[in-house]
Design a protein around this ligand. Structure first.
Ligand code: SAH
Length: 417
């Protein structure tokens, strides 16, 4: 480091350096032999081996993960590494045709570990960048991200909104680690309210219509869930379009109606959207209207399990996209049971020759466990069920090949006889 104080150092046990040398970005507390300096939650630390070999630079955490690495090479300044990372992330989105697309202008620019920036999400909504920090270390750098976004996007950038108040209350524990799910320790200096970090206009908009594969969606990053929209289902919604023409469709956990709008646009004869949140139902109705779809759409503000139990209707296609049933390993068993119950209900309501799109976004439930839960439901249904597609998250939610834990969205498309 040329112009900054040396960072505190984590010295790793000799036998614990292999994973880091293979570019796995998490330093578990058990790997740390000792510390040189007294880092606090979120501080930048250098990671070295017992022999003094440089291994990486990351943000310190007091939980089961002692550091999340953002560079496996020495850096000259934090500004430089953030600039490099954001440029790399932008180049990848440009190279897959997203940044200049005429039909899609909502995409994930930074996907945490997948883009070498653990603890940071940046979503782009047609001119507004929504930053969501999951670590104090990344939160401390947000003004730098704003400067880089301004330089990179130029006139295209209308505002930057920080949506980290809720996510910063969670501590930095590895998904599935023993400590996950225990109450987070207080993180001082975290924002207690979300706020605009930049705006070109005196009174920034809190929502905007974006395009996703030419479908229009009103995204409300201030009041909406997560950063405002579930961008991660883009490709899977497209797949639904292929099967939706002339079909009756039940879209459960509809949120802002992503799957519903695609189904209607593709010529579905009837779409029922179900969500327990009144705000979600409003957004779904608004988005269906925005797209001037023909066909019949109806929304139900209801618990999905109750709806499935009480409604008599059968459907050609059912979409099951629940929220993460398990956020911690301790909740995994119950989550798997909930996936089984949900899929059981769908197999009861799907017509002969119908199709079920079933998803799990729980990181602690891996693909094998999820498939197991769906298989249990399939056995229970006494119907013949074929797997048509294995689904995942789209290319703007990349996963580092060295950190497969970054793959969180799993889906199956099932043909039910
Ligand atoms: N499929 C959506 C994203 C789903 S997010 C999309 O493509 O955009 C999960 C949604 O499930 C949230 O809107 C939440 O309000 C809703 N939800 C959570 N638990 C529910 C329940 N038990 N019954 C109905 N809706 C529920």
């Amino acid at each position: 480091m040329s112009n900054q104080q040396p960072f505190p150092t984590l010295i790793l046990h000799r036998q614990k350096t292999q994973a880091i040398k293979r570019f796995h970005p998490w330093v578990f507390s058990g790997a740390v032999k000792c510390k040189d300096g007294n880092p606090d939650q979120g501080d930048v630390v250098e990671i070295v081996s017992e022999d003094g070999e440089f291994l990486g630079i990351g943000h310190f955490g007091t939980g089961s993960v002692s550091a999340r690495i953002f560079s496996f090479e020495k850096i000259t300044s934090l500004e430089d590494i953030w600039k490099k990372r954001l440029q790399q992330a932008f180049a990848q989105r440009r190279n897959i045709g997203l940044t200049e697309s005429k039909t899609t202008n909502a995409y994930r620019l930074v996907n945490a570990e997948g883009d070498g920036m653990p603890g940071l999400i940046i979503d782009w909504y047609n001119g507004t960048a929504v930053i969501q920090c999951h670590s104090k270390g990344m939160s401390a750098e947000k003004e730098k991200f704003v400067d880089i976004l301004k330089t990179g996007y130029g006139e295209r950038l209308t505002s930057v909104y920080d949506k980290s108040a809720a996510t910063l209350n969670h501590k930095m524990a590895a998904p599935g680690s023993a400590e996950e799910g225990t109450p987070p320790p207080a993180i001082t200096n975290h924002p207690t309210t979300d706020a605009y970090l930049y705006s070109k206009n005196a009174s920034p908009e809190s929502s905007r219509v974006v395009l996703e594969n030419n479908n229009k969606f009103m995204v409300d990053w201030v009041l909406g869930q997560k950063t405002g929209f579930f961008i991660d289902q883009r490709d899977n919604r497209s797949l639904l379009s292929r099967y939706a023409n002339g079909k009756s469709i039940l879209n459960t956990f509809s949120y802002s109606g992503g799957f519903s709008v695609y189904a209607m646009q593709a010529g579905a004869s009837l779409v029922h959207s179900v969500d327990s949140s009144a705000k979600a139902i409003d957004l779904t109705n608004q988005n269906v209207k925005l797209n001037n779809c023909a066909g019949k759409h109806e929304s139900f503000g209801s618990d999905v399990f109750d709806f499935m139990k009480t409604s008599k209707e059968e459907y050609d296609i059912i979409v099951l996209d629940p929220p993460a049933f398990a956020k911690a390993q301790s909740a995994r068993h119950h989550a798997i049971q909930a996936y089984t119950r949900l899929n059981q209900a769908a197999f009861k309501k799907i017509k002969k020759g119908g199709i079920v799109f079933t998803f799990s976004c729980s990181q602690v439930v891996d693909r094998e466990m999820f498939t197991g839960a769906v298989t249990s439901a399939a056995i229970d249904s006494h119907r013949n069920i074929k797997v048509l597609h294995h689904l995942s998250q789209p290319a703007d939610h990349p996963v580092s090949i060295f950190n497969p834990e970054g793959l969180y969205l799993k889906g199956l498309v099932l043909y039910v006889e």
